[in-house]
Ligand binder design. Sequence first.
Ligand SMILES: CCCCCCCCCCCCC[C@H](O)CC(=O)SCCNC(=O)CCNC(=O)[C@H](O)C(C)(C)COP(=O)(O)OP(=O)(O)OC[C@H]1O[C@@H](n2cnc3c(N)ncnc32)[C@H](O)[C@@H]1OP(=O)(O)O
Length: 725
Amino acid sequence: MAATRRLANTVAVITISHPPVNALSSSVRHALVKEFGEASRDPKVEAIVLNGSGRKFSAGADIREFGTSAIKTVSLEDINSTIEASQKPVVAAIEGIALGGGLELALACHYRVADIQAKVGLPEVLIGILPAAGGTQRLPRLIGVPAALDVIVRGRHIPASEALKLGIVDEVVQGNALDAAIQLARKVIGYPLNKKRLSTVRISSDSNLEDFLDTAVEKAKKQFRGAKAPLACIEAVRASVHLSYHQGLEKERQLFFSLWATGQPQAQQYAFFSEREAGKWTHSSGARWDTEEAKPIRTAAVIGLGTMGRGIVISLSKAKIPVIAIEQDAQQLEVGKKAVNSLLEREAEKLKQQGSVPSSNLGSVHFTLDFGELQDVDLVIEAVYENMELKKEIFRKLSSVCKPDAFLCTNTSGLNVDEIASVTHRPNQVIGTHFFSPANIMRLLEVVRGQQTSLTAIATAMNLGKKLGKVAVLVGNCPLFVGNRMLGPYLEQASYLLEEGYYPEEVDQAMEEFGFAMGPFRMMDLAGLDVGWRSRTEKGLTGAKVPQGTPARQRLGSRYSPLADILCESGRFGQKTGRGWYQYEKPGGRTGKPDPWVKDFLQKYRKTHQIKQQPSNPEQIVERCAFALANEGFRILEDGIASCPEDIDVIYNNGYGWPKYRGGPMYYASSVGLPKVLDTLEKYYKANPDVPSMKPAFLLKKLAALGGPPIKEWRTQVGKPVNKL
Ligand SMILES: CCCCCCCCCCCCC[C@H](O)CC(=O)SCCNC(=O)CCNC(=O)[C@H](O)C(C)(C)COP(=O)(O)OP(=O)(O)OC[C@H]1O[C@@H](n2cnc3c(N)ncnc32)[C@H](O)[C@@H]1OP(=O)(O)O
C-alpha cells in the first residue's frame, strides 16, 4: 500500500507508506493523487495532514526511477501544486526525515510540524541533480535567497531545531509530531491560506542579491571543481528572484535535463548506491552481511594518540562508545590528552548549538598508560606508527591482557594483518581497520580480513564502521590493501611525467581540473614524503642497501624514478619541513608555491639522464594517471582483494578525493570505454616495457574482449574471491 487515509474527527491523515524510506515512487505518487483527491472532495474533511509510515516522512524521489519511464508518470510538482492550491489547510507532520522531494512535498503544504529528532534538506546536489519539484523556487520564497542557497548548494541535512530557526518548519515538538500536526490542522481550519502558498510570494531583488549570487557562482566553481549540479542550483535560485514561479519551474526543469545530459548524475547515483552496497559484504565462504551477527561494542580502547589515534577516539566518542586511550609514556599521554580534549570540546560545542546535551551524546574518554585497564573492553584499535615489530609487540600484550572474546584491530595502512595476528592466541579475533586521516572527519574505513579472521569479527568491524558514520568496505589482505596499493602506479606515472618534462604544478593542475581534491604532488607534500622514503629504504630500493652499480633509474629490471628520494635526501619532506615538491611559507605551512629550486633540479636531472621531453598535453597526464589507477584496480579484482568494482570506487570516492561526479576510477574506465583504456595502456606498455604496472590487467583484456559490458556485470567475470597472501 503506497498511501493510506484515515479520519481523525474532521482531519484526514494521509500516510505515505513505502519502506524503508518512503521514497516517492511512481506508485506512491499515484496513491497520493488518489488519496488527496478523495480527502479534498470529502465534505466531512476540513483539514488534511500528510505524514510518512515508520516514523519517516520521505527521502524524496525514488532515485532508482531516474533514467526509467516511471519518473515520467505523475509529476511530483503537479501533486505539489494541487496540495498548495487546496482550499482545506494541509499540514506536513515531519518525523525522521524530509529530504529532497520529501521536503518539496512538505513545502507545498501550508504548515510544517517536525519532531525534534527530524532532519530536513534538499540533498539532490549530492546525487548530481537539483531539486526539481519546485524546491529551488519555493524555498527561497520561504526563507530568503542566501539561506536557501546554502541549504540547496550544500545539500546538508538540517536538524529540526535549525530548520525552525531558518523558518523551514513552523513548529518543533519533543513528542509526537503527528499528534501536534493534527492539533495544528484543527486550529487553522477557516484561517486564510493565501500567504501560506509559497508560489505566490514575490522576492524583491537588488544589486546586493545579484552580487551575492555572482560570488556564489565563483565560490562554487572553486569549491566543487567541475561538478555541474551546484552551479545549476545557483542558476535555479537566481531564477526565483527574476522570474515568476511558473517560469522559475520551467527553468528548474531545463536545468535538470541539461544536468542529466552531462552524465554526472548517473555517476553520482551509481556512487550513492555503491556506498549502500558496500555494507552488504559477502565472503568467499558464502557468508554475508545478513547471515552473520555482529557483537555489540559497549567499550573500546585506542592505542596511540598521534593524529590518527586522536581522530579514532573522537569517532568512537561521537558514537557514544566509552573509550580508554593509551599512550606509551606520560609526556605523550599528556600531549594526546590535550589534543583529544580540545577536539571533544569542539564536538560538545557543535552539539550544544544543535540543542543536544553533550554529556549524553558523547562517550567518555579515559586516559591511561596502563594496559591492565584493557581487560574488560570489547574492542581495541591499535593506531601506532607503521612498524611491524612495534605492532607485534603491542598485539602480544593485547593478546594476554584483553578478555578472550575482545576484538583486536590494527589501524595499519598496508602491513600484513596475518603477520600481526600470528603473534596472538586469537588470530580469528584480529582484523584490520584502516581509517583515513583525519579519522573523525574522513568517511572511509577499509576493513581488512586476514586468513583467520572470523566472520563474527568481520560483521562486528563492518557494523562498528556504520555506527561511527563511516562507509566501511571489506577488503582482502595484501600489501597496502586496495586504496594505497592503487596509489603506487598512479604516483609512479606522476613522477615519470616530471622526468619527461612536466612540473609538479602542471601535473597537479591537470588532475585537479579533472576533479581530484588534490593533485598527486600536493597530496604527497601533505602526507609527508619521508613516509614513502622510509618504506623504500627498508625495501632496499634506495639508500645504502641498493647494490653497487645499480642504474639510478632502474630497480630489479624495471623503470624507477629516484626523484622523491633525492628530495628527501635534501631534507624536503613536504609541508612539515616547509619544502617538498612545493615551497611553503614556513614548516607546517599549508600554502604551496611552485619552487624555483624544484624547477632547476628537474631541468638538471633531465639533462644528466638525457631524458626525451614530451610536448605538453594535459589530457595525456590525466589518461596516464587515471588509467594506471584503474589498471591496478582490475588486478585487485583478479586477486579477489576487492569483491567488486563498486567497492574500489567507494574507496576512491571517499578516501582519496576522486571526484564523485566521475563515479570512481573503475566507473570512469567503464564510461571512457574499456577498449579505449586497453588500447592506451597497450600502446604505453609497448613503448615502455620496463613499466610493468602499465601492462594491461588480464581482467581488463577479458572485459574489453566482451565489448566492455556495463560495470554491474563485471562481478560475474571476476570469479570467487581468494586471499592472495
Ligand atoms: C531522466 C529523465 C527524467 C525525465 C523526467 C524529468 C522530470 C523530473 C522530475 C524530477 C523530480 C525530482 C524531485 C526531487 O527534487 C528529486 C529527489 O528527491 S532526489 C532524492 C533526494 N533524496 C536523497 O538524496 C536522500 C537519499 N537518501 C539518504 O540520504 C539516506 O538513504 C537516508 C534517507 C538519510 C537514510 O539513510 P540510512 O538510514 O543510513 O539508510 P540507507 O542510506 O542505507 O537507505 C536505506 C535504503 O533506502 C534506499 N534509499 C534511500 N533513499 C532513497 C531514495 N531517495 N530513492 C530510492 N532509494 C532510496 C537505499 O538505497 C537503501 O536501500 P537498500 O540498500 O536497503 O536497498
